[in-house]
Design a binder for this molecule. Sequence first.
Ligand code: C2E
Ligand code: CA
Ligand code: CA
Ligand code: CA
Length: 278
Amino acid sequence: EEAAAAGAFWRHAHVDAEALERRLVLMGELDQAIADGEIEVHYQPKLALATDRVASAEALVRWRHPTRGMIRPDLFIPLAEQADRIGALTLHVLARAVADLADWRARGHDVSVAINLSAMLIAEPAFSAAVDTLLDSGAVPPDRLIFEVTESATLADPERAAAQLRHFRAKGVAISMDDYGTGQSTLTYIRELPLSELKIDRSFVQHAHLNPADALMVRSTIDLAQGLGLKVVAEGIEEPGCLALLRDAGCDLVQGYLIGRPMVADAFVATLEQRAAA
Ligand code: C2E
Ligand code: CA
Ligand code: CA
Ligand code: CA
């Protein structure tokens, strides 16, 4: 909650000279932070309900700042986007995630990794060229990568964004619609984009076991998406009652604090190993 409030504060920092100052200082530090290894990637498990196995991990970036402590992405991602540093940051996250995934695969764990792609990056030629180089490097099979995009991601230039996503999809990368239900024109996007997966936003999921209207929306979204051949992920599972509802509704994958919080790579691989041994 605190981090979300701070995120809102920073996004509206133009009203406050001191905040603007801090924001510029922070962005000035970002490139150096990448070079110094302060940017970490944590992983949150996505559990497949049919098999009860961890099918994938969502890569979530954190900034371990030497004086400000751990900075959450809601705070610095919007700044990195405004300051034109989101491409470098995302490539750093992607390279780290690919290296960690290669390590897990070498240990015999056949999982996938999901990366969050900012709206503005999808149709950015320099970014996609760098992604192609990584996909073609052979470090991991591209079909073990998932790109999570939001509905707003495609608003600026829908045709170009769709073409770029089809390009990644043709290389084997799965495309996931993130935060589903919070954007606009959702049915158009589902029809036009080369999606493999749909993630129902946690605002619909979190209280679905307590709120019949939320439950109805979750269930009908699962039916719609599966009818179109998409896998469905429910995010923000915190309560056993909520998990039971998602199981009953036939949801494919679940993600949330009840299953596992975002964790460092070593902790994630330990989770995989415990589950494999169990
Ligand atoms: P998101 O993609 O919707 O990621 C899910 C967020 O929900 C994560 O917050 C995660 O820690 C949190 N979460 C997971 N399970 C639960 C739960 O059960 N309850 C609650 N209350 N929260 C849960 P996080 O890590 O702070 O990331 C926030 C947002 O920052 C992400 O939202 C994503 O939009 C963005 N982000 C994170 N990493 C990256 C990145 O590498 N690139 C870009 N472009 N955006 C990123
Ligand atoms: Ca996401
Ligand atoms: Ca999400
Ligand atoms: Ca979100």
